[in-house]
Design a protein around this ligand. Structure first.
Ligand code: HEM
Length: 153
């Protein structure tokens, strides 16, 4: 009986102590998330700030932002990026089709916006693969933003 109790106790200790080590190993194997490679929350916050500044100097986009609450947009876009790149889910905004439906966006508007985002990413992150991955994510959202995606459900 003593022996069984001891084995049980060792097994339990290993289970409890072994857990964080296993989790760490898994995180290392998978490599840092895109969220982390963008500088986590602070990094993304800065990228969004730089993107909005570029939008305000971008002839293709500046008029569309007229009358828009830019602080709210900044907060929502930061949370959206964090959620979509492996960070925490704190996004409380609308879905991509609803939030852009009234704006009458053209494909040229979309391309101009993406170009500003990528400039801001490259300004803040040296690793070019980060810009490439962000571009792939943004392109995958094109149908939803442009309202050409098949309705969900
Ligand atoms: C993949 C591309 C895009 C992403 C990921 C994106 C992301 C977002 C997010 C997360 C919001 C907040 C939604 C909410 O407040 O509920 C938003 C709103 C908005 N976006 Fe985009 N967006 C994209 C493309 C564009 C483009 C091309 C434009 C125009 C040039 C644009 C202009 C706006 C504006 C004006 C709002 C505010 C709408 C409002 O408050 O009524 N977005 N976007």
């Amino acid at each position: 009986m003593m022996k069984i109790t001891r084995i049980l106790s060792v097994t339990l200790t290993l289970l409890v102590l072994g857990q964080p080590a296993l989790a760490d190993e898994e995180a290392t194997d998978a490599g840092p998330t895109l969220y982390e490679r963008m500088g986590s929350w602070e990094g993304i916050d800065q990228i969004v700030a730089d993107t909005l500044a570029l939008h305000l100097e971008n002839e293709e986009i500046v008029d569309i932002l007229d009358g828009i609450d830019l602080d709210k947009l900044h907060t929502n876009v930061t949370a959206f990026f964090a959620m979509g790149t492996g960070g925490p889910n704190k996004y409380e905004g609308r879905d991509m089709t609803s939030s852009h439906a009234a704006l009458g966006l053209t494909e040229a508007d979309f391309d101009a916006a993406v170009s500003d985002v990528l400039k801001a990413v490259r300004k803040n992150v040296e690793d070019e693969s980060v810009a490439e991955e962000v571009n792939a994510i943004l392109q995958s959202l094109r149908p939803a933003v442009m309202g050409t995606a098949a309705p969900a459900g």
